[in-house]
Design a protein around this ligand. Structure first.
Ligand code: ZN
Length: 404
């Protein structure tokens, strides 16, 4: 078995998994062919060892011992691939598997620890397999956490229990007057378990294609932030990933990534954003001689210098005849602060936020912390606040200053 990583986006990646010389693109769904009607699975097959075809992912017959075929056969999963505590541990297998996935689905701290454990050692380079969890609305978050291969078990279970899967979460099949989908199964006019399974598979496949595309574009985080809304457990997983696995995520976050929308509370804790704040605090020194701090608001247009409002600020600063003395610093959410001379650095010109004129408490606290750090460490002779909506929030930490 060979696994080649083609593109990365944080912990997520697209790749090629080669089993018995047969190549599969990842992220991918492996179809348990012994549990679904013939011809329904569209990609990688997952079969019991002994009955497997060329290129199939092979499921060991027993969790207690490697079965007859053994894990040395190409593409065989470890006996403990579902994280059963009773299975023989076989950490030397070809796949990395999420520890205790069933419990992790309802235990976010455990989920985060399992991801950290799997992604912090040599398992990082192995294809990561996640059984039982790959429903369409979860695929983006799980891929974001580095899962490469899912199995079709949750799609089958959903069709057995009448759940119509969407990327916004499962719906009750029997309650749907009109099916909100244009896949072949939904257009067939027939409603039964097999058509439901065909729909669930089509939805998962479409979502995997979108996940792959977003990885290629470096924008999977945005998709994950959208999809987690379907289930509070997923929101919890993402928030705890940001709080508990920042170092791991930061290590894999691109130095120069794609532009992004920061439209949710979770966006405030994106690793690129937290890294910006940390690096300012750890490394930043203001330009020597620029001893007058001018705090100004951000603009929708990036880089800020090209916006009309910032052109006016700059004209005013230059016409004062004291431009070299003035240090312009932009106060903005979610980055906190952007010193003018850093406005072209990632992600200062690559983010967009919803602007309502109202700063919530998290944003206010962030701005206060960053401004307080700036005036406390950079020793300005004079501080001028020329802020808008964020003026009041910041004024309290400025000490003596001029408000214009
Ligand atoms: Zn459909």
């Amino acid at each position: 078995m060979r696994f080649e990583i083609l593109e990365r986006d944080g912990l997520a990646r697209t790749g090629v998994l080669e089993i018995d010389g047969v190549k599969h693109s990842t992220p991918a769904m492996a179809y348990a062919v012994d549990r679904i009607p013939a011809g329904l699975g569209v990609g990688m097959r997952m079969s019991p060892s002994g009955a497997a075809g060329k290129g199939d992912l092979k499921v060991p017959a027993s969790g207690f011992r490697p079965d007859g075929a053994g894990t040395e056969v190409d593409g065989t999963l470890d006996p403990w691939f579902r994280g059963s505590p009773y299975a023989d541990p076989r950490p030397e297998g070809g796949f990395a598997v999420l520890d205790g996935i069933v419990k992790s689905l309802l235990d976010s701290p455990r989920f985060v620890e399992a991801i950290k454990k799997t992604k912090s050692g040599p398992d990082l380079l192995k294809p990561m397999f996640c059984s039982l969890a790959g429903m369409p609305h979860r695929l983006a978050l799980l891929a974001y956490c580095g899962v490469d291969v899912f199995d079709s078990i949750p799609l089958i279970m959903a069709s057995e229990t009448g759940r119509y899967l969407t990327t916004s979460g499962p719906l009750d099949y029997s309650a749907l007057k009109h099916l909100p989908c244009a896949c072949e199964a939904c257009r067939s006019g027939t409603r039964d378990k097999e058509e439901l399974l065909r729909h669930n598979i089509a939805t998962a496949e479409a979502e995997l294609k979108l996940v792959s595309h977003m990885i290629s574009q470096g924008r999977l985080r945005e998709l994950a932030e959208i999809r987690v809304r379907a289930d509070p457990w997923l929101v919890q997983d993402l928030r705890l990933m940001d709080m508990g696995a920042y170092d791991l995520q930061e290590m894999h976050a691109p130095v120069k990534g794609a532009a992004f929308h920061a439209g949710s509370k979770e966006s405030l804790l994106r690793p690129e954003i937290v890294r910006w704040q940390n690096r300012l605090k750890e490394r930043y020194r203001r330009p020597e001689g620029a001893s007058v701090l001018l705090l100004i608001p951000c603009s929708a247009k990036k880089p800020y210098s090209l916006s009309k409002s910032h052109m006016r600020f700059r004209d005013a600063v230059f016409s004062s005849g004291r431009a070299p003395l003035v240090h312009e610093v932009i106060v903005t959410s979610p980055l906190g602060l952007v010193p003018r001379e850093l406005e072209l650095f990632y992600p200062a010109q690559d983010y967009d936020i919803p602007v309502t004129g109202h700063w919530d408490r998290d944003e206010q606290k962030l701005a206060q912390d960053m401004v307080s750090w700036l005036v406390g460490t950079q020793r300005y002779d004079l501080v001028i606040s020329h802020l808008g909506d964020e003026r009041d929030a910041v004024a309290g930490v400025l000490g003596e200053h001029m408000d214009t």
